[in-house]
Design a protein around this ligand. Structure first.
Ligand SMILES: Cc1cc2nc3c(=O)[nH]c(=O)nc-3n(C[C@H](O)[C@H](O)[C@H](O)COP(=O)(O)OP(=O)(O)OC[C@H]3O[C@@H](n4cnc5c(N)ncnc54)[C@H](O)[C@@H]3O)c2cc1C
Length: 431
């Protein structure tokens, strides 16, 4: 029985590294340089396709805490990022060429890792597979995954609406109610006519991210909010901002923006129907014109991307292992985690658990109250509509702490301690 990894990107190299560190021999299949996706250009492994930043390093940010957790888990990506770091204020940015070259050198020098430059099109039953073919997974493998997963559970683009921290919403500027039933599942942010005019003007003039050529055909079914707005000033009032079916003080509001719970705790609220291609700074500026969101803090900003990902809550268990084909695991962006770091981190988790399984031990779920554990829990357990997610503080509850810095400090402390303890349990399983 071989251990095969399909895709030598950020998740694939981490999974290979974690397994190799425990003495397991793995085959790491990478289709480059014979085949390249629309955005990959370099023959090396772990290629950084866009921004060269791995996000903030401060432990008061979700991205900083995730990187710290990854360091505790011996991340190859984070270690190599520090070795190829370029100055970028508080962010961890890398010389992308040097980063990928160093990773490739370390992986190829590892006697337990056999790098095979070959495209994977099918997964046999007799081997263990970790599928880490990324958001632009090659077509033949996608076709095969559709067969084994079911077409309805594999998606080709994401349409992400922004998500805000509930604690930053002004709940005096709206009301809880559902449009078509008596339940109170949605928070309705009220806009009067003046609020709407201001919001509409700002939306129309806001700066957008250009579509890449290969993305253009994907988004017809799921229009960004600014494109709906472009069709006329009233269009939004019949679309995502419609007040139909809602009353406040026996009156129908002029317009509403609905917020829906994104996690069981209700600490994260998504803006319903607000998928967008506005730039990140413009999203903050424009969406804060909604009165209830005046001081909103965004756990995640909206985007539309070409992105291959599976409906993980339906298809995978908490070890990112297929529910109905136990020899197949998934790691990286294809599982619905989002971004370089979250993808790499999921690769570490899967690699470590496959090592446990091969060692005849029980696999270990991560504590949910951590960035990585929260992410894995989200992608494997999310109820209802599933869209990709990145690390955020909504995963770690600490109750009421008024001072935000203090709160983040406490959340970081809990997360880091949890991951340290998990690592100790992991090591003790190897005796
Ligand atoms: C256009 C674009 C811009 C992005 N910008 C950013 C950004 O600015 N910041 C950020 O954090 N994230 C960004 N991302 C997301 C980021 O690229 C991913 O989060 C991350 O690279 C995912 O890691 P991964 O290991 O899952 O996949 P990848 O890093 O993409 O690795 C997948 C690897 O698998 C190989 N492969 C694919 N199919 C096969 C096959 N059948 N057989 C063998 N090998 C195969 C590929 O060649 C590739 O090397 C962007 C993504 C895209 C598409």
């Amino acid at each position: 029985m071989d251990i095969n990894i399909a895709g030598g990107g950020l998740a694939g190299v981490e999974a290979a590294w974690a397994l190799a560190n425990k003495g397991f021999r793995v085959n790491l299949f990478e289709m480059k340089p014979d085949s390249f996706s629309e955005v990959h250009k370099d023959k090396n492994l772990a290629e950084i396709v866009c921004s060269n930043s791995f996000g903030n390093m401060s432990l008061t940010t979700a991205s900083g805490v995730l990187k710290k957790e990854m360091e505790i888990l011996d991340s190859l990506v984070v270690k190599t990022a520090y070795e190829s770091k370029v100055e970028a204020g508080g962010a961890l940015a890398v010389d992308r060429v040097m980063f990928s070259r160093l990773i490739t050198e370390k992986i190829t020098a590892n006697k337990n890792i056999n790098v095979v430059r070959e495209k994977i099109e099918k997964l046999n039953d007799s081997d263990i597979w970790i599928v880490s073919c990324g958001p632009l997974c090659d077509r033949a493998l996608v076709g095969y995954l559709q067969e084994i997963i079911g077409e309805e559970f594999l998606y080709f683009f994401d349409a992400i609406a922004p998500i805000v921290y509930a604690e930053s919403v002004d709940f005096s500027k709206g009301f809880w109610a559902s449009r078509y039933s008596n339940d109170t599942d949605y928070f309705n942010c009220i806009l009067n006519e003046d609020d709407y005019d201001r919001f509409y003007e700002a939306l129309m003039s806001a700066e957008k991210v250009e579509y890449k050529e290969f993305e253009k055909n994907y988004f017809e079914a799921c229009l960004p909010i600014e494109e709906i707005a472009q069709r006329g000033k009233q269009t939004l009032l019949f679309g995502p901002l419609k007040p139909v079916g809602l009353e406040y003080n026996s009156k129908r509001p002029f317009a509403v923006v609905q917020l829906r719970k994104e996690n069981k705790e209700g600490s994260l609220l998504g803006l319903v129907g607000f998928q967008t291609k506005l730039t990140y700074p413009e999203q903050k500026r424009v969406f804060r014109l909604i009165p209830a969101l005046k001081n909103a803090e965004f756990a995640k900003l909206g985007s539309l991307h070409r992105n291959t990902f599976i409906n993980s809550p339906k298809v995978l268990n908490g070890f990112l292992q297929m529910k109905n084909r136990k020899n197949i695991f998934f790691a990286g962006q294809i599982t619905g985690v989002e971004g370089y770091m979250a993808s790499a981190a999921s690769g570490i988790y899967v690699g470590m658990n496959v090592a446990l399984m091969l060692n005849g031990k029980d696999m270990l779920p991560l504590p949910k109250e951590s960035m990585l554990g929260g992410l894995i829990n989200y992608v494997s357990e999310k109820d209802g509509e599933f869209q990709p997610m990145s690390e955020n503080f909504g995963f770690i509850s600490v109750g009421k702490i008024r001072n935000k810095k203090e709160k983040r400090k406490k959340q970081a402390e809990i997360a880091i301690n949890n991951i340290k303890q998990w690592r100790e349990r992991y090591e003790s399983s190897f005796g």
